[in-house]
Design a protein around this ligand. Structure first.
Ligand code: ZN
Length: 218
């Protein structure tokens, strides 16, 4: 497999990178600055990719956020909700059509590199609030990518039926440096511990019975 993987520097996409390397994939990591509030994740992406010595590119599209208002992740006027990931209030963190946009960019890059795969780390815990993490969406995108070029591009989404805890378990097996990954939507120097993705991250370590190396505020 020759894959371009969407790589945010978060826990999920870092486990994905390690998982694909374990399967001997030839890998290129793509991070995208879409004007997200938590720019900090891009620093994590560079740090982790550097430690793996894998080709990595950060595509600078910060103005994209201007088109994708209505989300707490791209609109500073909308406050970031706290609480459990599955709560209705977390819908404020949905970035409109983000995955189709990012996967489309990754597919263009894969075609230009003559790679055969685009990979992303959508998992089952995302489905309740993120419409573009649903298996149905991934299947439909896979169908589109098969037709986007004369050579087929596959959409690889190995975690689409996995829980966050499954990802932590797999990451632990693979020696993922969880402390280098960044999940928090709030940005800042440490994880806030209160936003949906921080709560989900903490919960996943607890469910697996592993100590969480993340530094939380307070
Ligand atoms: Zn947080």
């Amino acid at each position: 497999m020759k894959a371009v993987a969407l790589f945010s520097g978060g826990l999920d996409s870092t486990v994905l990178a390690y998982h694909l390397l374990d399967q001997n994939a030839e890998l290129k990591l793509l991070s995208i600055d879409y004007g997200q509030r938590h720019q900090k994740e891009l620093d994590s992406s560079s740090n982790i990719a550097g430690s793996l010595s894998i080709p990595h590119q950060i595509l600078q599209l910060p103005m994209l956020g201007n088109l994708l208002g209505g989300s707490a992740l791209t609109d500073p006027a909308i406050s970031l909700p706290e609480g459990h990931y599955a709560e209705d209030s977390m819908k404020a963190t949905v970035v409109p059509n983000r995955n189709m946009i990012l996967l489309s960019l990754a597919a263009g890059h894969a075609i230009s590199l003559q790679f055969d795969t685009v990979a992303y780390a959508a998992h089952a815990g995302d489905h309740t609030i993120y419409p573009d993490c649903r298996p149905e969406f991934a299947d439909a995108m896979d169908n589109v990518l098969q037709l986007a070029d004369w050579n087929k591009i596959n959409l690889h989404r190995p975690f689409v039926k996995w829980s966050k805890a499954d990802l932590v378990k797999r990451g632990n097996e693979l020696g993922v440096p969880f402390e280098k990954t960044w999940s928090c939507y709030a940005g800042g120097s440490k994880h806030c511990g209160k936003c949906g993705t921080c709560v989900e991250r903490k919960e996943a370590f607890e469910l697996v019975g592993l100590s969480d190396p993340t530094q939380y505020k307070g």
